[in-house]
Ligand binder design. Sequence first.
Ligand SMILES: Nc1ncnc2c1ncn2[C@@H]1O[C@H](COP(=O)(O)OP(=O)(O)O)[C@@H](O)[C@H]1O
Ligand SMILES: Cc1cn([C@H]2C[C@H](O)[C@@H](COP(=O)(O)O)O2)c(=O)[nH]c1=O
Ligand SMILES: [Zn+2]
Length: 194
Amino acid sequence: MFLEPHFSGQRSGWIEVICGSMFSGKTEELIRRLKRARIAGQKVEIFKPKIDTRYGESKVVSHDSNSLLATPISDTSKLLGVSEDVTVVGLDEAQFFEDAVVDHVIELANRGKRIVIAGLDMDFRGKPFGPICQLLAVAEYITKVHAICSHCGALATHSYRKTQSQDTVVLGETDLYEARCRRCYGMGNILDLK
Ligand SMILES: Nc1ncnc2c1ncn2[C@@H]1O[C@H](COP(=O)(O)OP(=O)(O)O)[C@@H](O)[C@H]1O
Ligand SMILES: Cc1cn([C@H]2C[C@H](O)[C@@H](COP(=O)(O)O)O2)c(=O)[nH]c1=O
Ligand SMILES: [Zn+2]
C-alpha cells in the first residue's frame, strides 16, 4: 500500500495517519515509512511538538529505541516553510499540535507532498485527543495499530494512566501509563490492586 511512489509529474500529495494507544508501534511505523522513503531517494523532513521533551529535543524515538532526527516546533505554520525539494513530511506525537495543524498539512498535501502523521487517537479518558479526529477525517490513508494489554495479553486500544492526575497532558512512559484492552481499561484501578 505504501510504495514510496515517485512524485515527478504528480499534481497532489496525500495525508497518512497512523494512530493507536501508547506502545502500539505508531512511532516505529512512522520511522519505517520515512526510512523507506529515504531509501527511495526522497527528501524527508520530520517534526514533533516542542512540548514533547522526553528524549531530548531533536529526535523521534520509539519505545524500542529506534530514532530519527526531528525538528521540534511549537507552531505548525513552520511546516509551510519546508523547502520545495522535500517530498515527504513526517509528524510525530500529533495529538499535541494545535488545531491549525490540520489546515497546514492540507496545504502541504495540496502542494504535492506526502504527509505521514503519527499520534494518539485517545487520551487517558478514552476521548479523542487534540486535532487527531480532524486529521483522520482529512487523511487519504489511516492505519490503526494496537499494543498488547498489560493485564490479559489481548489487543490493546486504550492508554490507562496509573496516577490520579486529571490534566490532559502528562508526559510519561511505563512509569505512568499502560496499554489496556477495552475490557481491562473498563475495570479501572481494580486491576492496580492485583
Ligand atoms: N504493552 C505493549 N504492547 C506492545 N508493545 C510494547 C508494549 N510495551 C512496550 N512495548 C514496546 O513498544 C514498542 C512500540 O513503541 P513505539 O513505536 O514507540 O509505540 P508508540 O509510538 O505507539 O507509543 C514495541 O515494539 C515494543 O517493543
Ligand atoms: C494517554 C495520554 C498520553 N499522554 C502522553 C504520554 C506520552 O508522553 C505521550 C504519548 O507517547 P507515545 O509515543 O504514544 O507512547 O503522550 C498525555 O499527555 N496524555 C494522555 O492522556
Ligand atoms: Zn486486557
